[in-house]
Design a protein around this ligand. Sequence first.
Ligand SMILES: C[S@@+](CC[C@H](N)C(=O)[O-])C[C@H]1O[C@@H](n2cnc3c(N)ncnc32)[C@H](O)[C@@H]1O
Length: 266
Amino acid sequence: MERAEITAANAKAWDEAAPYHARHNQERLLASFRTPGFSCLDATETALLTRAGIAGKRVAQLCCNNGRELLSLEALGARGCAGFDISAEFIAQANELKAAAGAEAEFIASDIYEIGPEHDGAFDLIYISIGALCWMPDLAAFFAVAARLAAPGGQLFLYDKHPIIDMFEPGLEGEAAFTPVHSYFRREPFAEADGLDYWSGQAYEGAVHYSFPHPLSDVFNAVIGAGFVIRHFEEYAHDIAVAWHKYEERDAQFPLSYTLLASKNA
Ligand SMILES: C[S@@+](CC[C@H](N)C(=O)[O-])C[C@H]1O[C@@H](n2cnc3c(N)ncnc32)[C@H](O)[C@@H]1O
């Protein structure tokens, strides 16, 4: 399949998921964002971003979904923020939250691969969080866009689930849930059609969507290949997705999430 066919299929699936997510989250988030200074970011990323310096930074979020993370970054002092997402339905939710927060961030409905040149070099920090990379059929082209949007010396921040968890099927019970099912080095996409309502766990018959299990070495190589220098990398035993908490409780732990900070070569 061509990249554009994959992203079009995924856009359809995400637009379908939007009302399910809204039913679960939107009222609560609207109430939260009416409180000045509200941030949904966890302690790990808040500490790292604060150390890296977020105040006054122009931030672009790639795959911003309902915008709650970007609005939180603005609450922490970021300015001139823009969020990009392929789903017009989620961008509409982001604009509702923006109004509740009285924020300035701009939300733009666009395929990441198609972001226009008017945004080139416009951002000090490119923020990418959980569940963005897995929708990307071409990591090299994705990070090339991140590098294009970053100003000289600009930073890249990545906080994602660790790809090792793509080896397991969290829906299985008992020890079966801890037995690898998929190769760590699998590169074919997962094609699924049972919906994307991971908030309430409700399955529904939806459009086929395609997600990609990228090994860490592919992520590193794409980041470096786009012209970034990696400054920080850390793995954690805590889960930042919604389906993997039971993997935190093992004595023999494995990494469930990671952070990476890089800066663009001047
Ligand atoms: C798991 S969600 C979001 C991540 C965000 N960290 C969050 O937790 O809200 C993934 C998002 O990626 C978006 N997406 C998938 N493929 C995309 C593409 N090619 N271009 C832009 N956005 C895309 C989807 O519309 C969806 O909102």
